[in-house]
Design a protein around this ligand. Structure first.
Ligand SMILES: Cc1cc2nc3c(=O)[nH]c(=O)nc-3n(C[C@H](O)[C@H](O)[C@H](O)COP(=O)(O)OP(=O)(O)OC[C@H]3O[C@@H](n4cnc5c(N)ncnc54)[C@H](O)[C@@H]3O)c2cc1C
Ligand SMILES: *[C@@H]1O[C@H](CO)[C@@H](O)[C@H](O)[C@H]1NC(C)=O
Ligand SMILES: *[C@@H]1O[C@H](CO)[C@@H](O)[C@H](O)[C@H]1NC(C)=O
Ligand SMILES: *[C@@H]1O[C@H](CO)[C@@H](O)[C@H](O)[C@H]1NC(C)=O
Ligand SMILES: *[C@@H]1O[C@H](CO)[C@@H](O)[C@H](O)[C@H]1NC(C)=O
Ligand SMILES: *[C@@H]1O[C@H](CO)[C@@H](O)[C@H](O)[C@H]1NC(C)=O
Length: 530
């Protein structure tokens, strides 16, 4: 009997000792306090899973419903800093507790790696750090990581309708992930990538120090312009050069069915895309469709021209007549209205819609990427269209390269996909059904099309775009083998720049505080834990 009570006593002791509801949260609170963050601030910026607002904060920046299901592992705590010192404390404390820190700005990572993990983890969510200061004097801006591209475009336009910034076309993408991973949009042929216009940055390093370009040094500054911020530190803000845009640009959207010579037009697109006037950017969407019970593929050509419609037509008439562009297809509008046009808002929408941080709809989705270096033949395109019809739901997006992308050396930034690429392909599939079968089905579809494309795309390595995150191309899941595993995806994302990234990583974060499924690994045998 006595023995029984003793056991019961030990049992309760054990239960109470181990079930403080969130030990990670408790340790973080204590550590933040040791790092001189006042208690009233701590209670506002740290969310335990027991906090009634936890779910709302977590879901606010989920942009792929695949990672919003009951089986998705939840963070042990969410940290929502409102000041630099909170970010420093977060890094210092995550390091001390040995817990993985996931950094989230806009949450648009296609694989959700800014807010999902297979291990215990905490989210450092930067949505409160989103100020933007545009300076007309030197045509630059400071923009914090938690700002969204739409907010940046709006703040530029508010000051001047003759300035813009070359970055992504989706206004809810976050600055933190987008700029640290490259960043391209419809001015890529004229102005290159977002990272080509970054001139300074503020980062919190693995020791919790706040550094700018001067104090971090040129190597680390190089790495965070395309190498992915999350391997190197927490980027707080970037300083960017703005670019000139004309008072009016011209946009168009032309659809072609196979009967309307879609294949000839796509074939010719590949011939002209490298060298045509760099004021012109054309995206091609290939989508499987059903018309009158017949399945086929439709090609949609969406354009931005940094000039007027007459000059555009003189270029397309002479160099790309297969497009069949006509005056009524061309809409002249201010650059900010072209941003709205490219985001599918109708032409009565005011630019202030860009301040809306929440997208209308969040889908289940999967993306992959490829680079095309040689034109695909007409018979190749025909077989591709047939395959897309056979597979079912996967669409392709071709984004033209050439222009200034040919002039910038591969080693200028970690982003290596420059000269020699005609266009990038994005594979795209969205769905609405949350069943496991749907997930399996659509992921299989996109992988099947990717496999079909092998003979048409880059090889050795088969190149991929970091910001089109795709865990299919390799992950680190064995910390002891992280260098060899990291090399597999590393050379696809960075080609020859991978080695330099590993060197910088080994120097600035030898303990691998900033790690994720596809981070830059530390050199093995560097005498430190990897
Ligand atoms: C609808 C949609 C449209 C898109 N359109 C384009 C496009 O036109 N052009 C293009 O180039 N890309 C595009 N993308 C891809 C987009 O650029 C990347 O997903 C980008 O990484 C998103 O940044 P984020 O801050 O929103 O994402 P997050 O999910 O918050 O972060 C992405 C990655 O960056 C890391 N990270 C985020 N913030 C920081 C920080 N402050 N410091 C260190 N690391 C950080 C995260 O940990 C994660 O690894 C699009 C994505 C979506 C979903
Ligand atoms: C996430 O799932 C919850 C519960 O089903 C739902 O209410 C919420 O709208 C979803 N959010 C996103 C961004 O998918
Ligand atoms: C913008 O300016 C304000 C006021 O000077 C400052 O508090 C803020 O930190 C600045 N933002 C950036 C990103 O530099
Ligand atoms: C579809 O069928 C309708 C009715 O027969 C016809 O008017 C229309 O032109 C057809 N559309 C196409 C794209 O064939
Ligand atoms: C821009 O285009 C609009 C619509 O065609 C036109 O009304 C306006 O005059 C143009 N502005 C300039 C500066 O060309
Ligand atoms: C606005 O869109 C409508 C419908 O698509 C179109 O008819 C109209 O010409 C457009 N106006 C301008 C100024 O682009």
């Amino acid at each position: 009997m006595e023995k029984y009570f003793l056991l019961l006593f030990l049992y309760f002791l054990n239960v109470f000792a181990s079930t403080s509801p969130c030990p990670v949260y408790d340790s973080l609170v204590q550590c933040f306090s040791e790092n001189k963050i006042p208690g009233d601030q701590i209670s506002k910026i740290l969310y335990s899973p027991q906090n009634p607002s936890f779910t709302n904060v977590l879901e606010s920046y989920i942009r792929n419903r695949r990672f919003n299901v009951s089986t998705t592992r939840k963070p042990n705590t969410i940290i929502t800093p409102t000041a630099e010192c909170h970010v420093s404390a977060a890094v210092t404390c995550a390091k001390k507790l040995g817990i993985q820190l996931k950094i989230r700005s806009g949450g648009h990572d296609y694989e959700g790696i800014s807010y999902v993990s297979d291990h215990d983890f905490v989210i450092l969510d930067l949505f409160n750090l989103r100020s933007i200061n545009v300076s007309l004097d030197d045509q630059t801006a400071w923009v914090q990581s938690g700002a969204l591209l739409g907010e940046l475009y709006y703040r530029i336009w508010e000051k001047s309708n003759l300035l813009g910034f070359p970055a992504g076309v989706c206004p809810t993408v976050g600055v933190g992930g987008h700029l640290s991973g490259g960043g391209y949009g419809n001015m890529i042929r004229k102005y290159g990538l977002s990272v080509d216009h970054v001139i300074d940055a503020v980062i919190v390093d693995a020791n919790g120090r706040v550094l700018d370009r001067k104090s971090m040094g040129e190597d680390l500054f190089w790495a965070i312009r395309g190498g992915g911020g999350a391997s190197f530190g927490v980027i707080l803000a970037y300083r960017i050069n703005l670019v000139p845009v004309p008072p009016n640009v011209t946009v168009f959207n032309v659809q072609k069915s196979v009967d309307q010579n879609a294949i000839d037009a796509v074939f010719k697109y590949q011939q002209i895309v490298d060298t045509i006037d760099s004021d012109l950017f054309i995206r091609v969407l290939l989508q499987p469709i059903t018309v009158n019970n017949t399945r086929s593929v439709r090609a949609t050509f969406i354009g931005l021209f940094l000039g007027d419609g007459d000059r555009l037509l003189s270029i397309t008439d002479s160099q790309f007549p297969e497009l069949g562009l006509k005056k009524p297809d061309c809409f002249e509008k201010s650059w900010i209205d072209s941003v709205l046009y490219w985001s599918n808002f109708d032409n009565t929408t005011s630019p202030s819609v860009l301040l809306n941080r929440t997208p209308d709809k969040v889908n289940f989705l999967k993306r992959k990427s490829d680079y095309v270096k040689n034109p695909i033949s007409k018979s190749g395109l025909q077989s591709l269209f047939d395959k897309m019809v056979e597979i079912g739901k996967v669409g392709l997006v071709f984004n033209s390269y050439g222009g200034i992308m040919k002039e910038i050396p591969e080693s200028a930034t970690p982003f290596p996909h420059r000269a020699g690429n005609l266009f990038k392909i994005q594979y795209s599939v969205n769905w609405d059904d949350e069943s496991e079968e749907a997930d399996k089905n659509y992921i299989n579809q996109i992988r099947e099309l990717y496999s079909f494309m092998t003979p048409f795309v880059s090889s050795n390595p088969r190149e991929s775009y970091l910001n089109y995150r795709d865990l299919d191309i390799g992950i680190v899941d064995d910390p002891k083998n992280s260098f060899n595993q990291g090399k597999v995806y590393g050379v696809k994302y960075f080609k020859g720049n991978f080695d330099k990234l590993v060197k910088i990583k080994t120097k600035v974060d030898p303990d691998n505080v900033f790690r994720n499924e596809q981070s830059i690994p530390v050199y093995p045998f560097s005498g430190r834990k990897v």
